[in-house]
Design a protein. Structure first.
Length: 241
């Protein structure tokens, strides 16, 4: 990633997270040598450690156990957004309101189902760094494939899926970079990988919130490509004017 929009990074991860993300992505993208990778790995550990300690109320990072993973805020927020926020979202037309509500509901449902299955399965507890990184990358890919497949089955227009994919890719690529760094960071080492998983769930939570917040912008960026299209909602056919 050669260019980063600082405002988007700050919205996604806060100022401290944006600083860390910029440092990781830019420097890692410029210099590829093994020698530098070793030095950079140690340096990013120190950067992350600094910001985590700065945010902590004590000299130690909060102790994380399995209960914190299983009851992570991401699952409560997904339920809140699914049943309270998404059904009240209004877009420029009745058709677009139905389409984007359906898209976001599917998007959130797939994330919850796959993330919940991953943490309940518990296989991450015994994984080494490379295995954990691969399993998390597979998980992200699985979620994307699942919600795009379901959106097509629910007759969500291809232009909506495509536009949302382009927007989501901006945050997904950065998220993948951060997940990779966390998976391989010595600072995040803890019993049963609890701290790594907890931190990664925090990142994904920010991504989900960002997707919902940007959905209206994506909707408004679609001009005449939806005109005349029809979608059924509770037995009623709604056509885009």
């Amino acid at each position: 990633m050669s260019e980063l929009d600082l405002n988007k990074l700050v919205d996604l991860y806060g100022l401290n997270g944006a600083i860390v993300a910029i440092a990781i992505v830019i420097v890692s993208g410029i210099i590829k040598s093994k020698w530098f990778e070793n030095i950079w790995s140690k340096l990013t550990d120190k950067i992350i450690e600094y910001f985590l300690k700065k945010k902590s109320t004590s000299d130690e990072v909060k102790h994380i156990d399995e209960s914190d993973i299983l009851n992570h805020d991401i699952f409560n927020y997904i339920d809140l957004w699914t049943y309270s926020k998404v059904p009240t979202l209004k877009f420029s037309t009745e058709y677009r309101t139905i389409v984007f509500r359906k898209y976001l509901s599917i998007y959130l449902k797939c994330y919850k189902k796959i993330l919940s299955g991953f943490v309940k399965d518990g296989k991450y507890k015994t994984m080494g760094q490379s295995e954990l990184w691969k399993s998390l990358l597979d998980l992200i890919n699985q979620v994307i494939c699942e919600y795009e497949k379901e959106c097509k089955e629910m007759n969500i227009p291809d232009i909506v899926i495509s536009k949302m994919k382009m927007k989501n890719n901006e945050s997904i690529q950065l998220t993948i970079d951060l997940i990779n760094n966390i998976s391989n960071s010595q600072f995040y080492e803890s019993e049963n990988n609890y701290l790594k998983i907890y931190s990664i769930l925090n990142i994904i939570l920010s991504v989900l919130e960002n997707t919902i917040s940007n959905s209206e912008t994506i909707c408004n960026s679609i001009n005449g490509q939806l005109r005349g299209l029809k979608i059924n909602d509770s037995g009623k056919d709604v056509i885009e004017p």
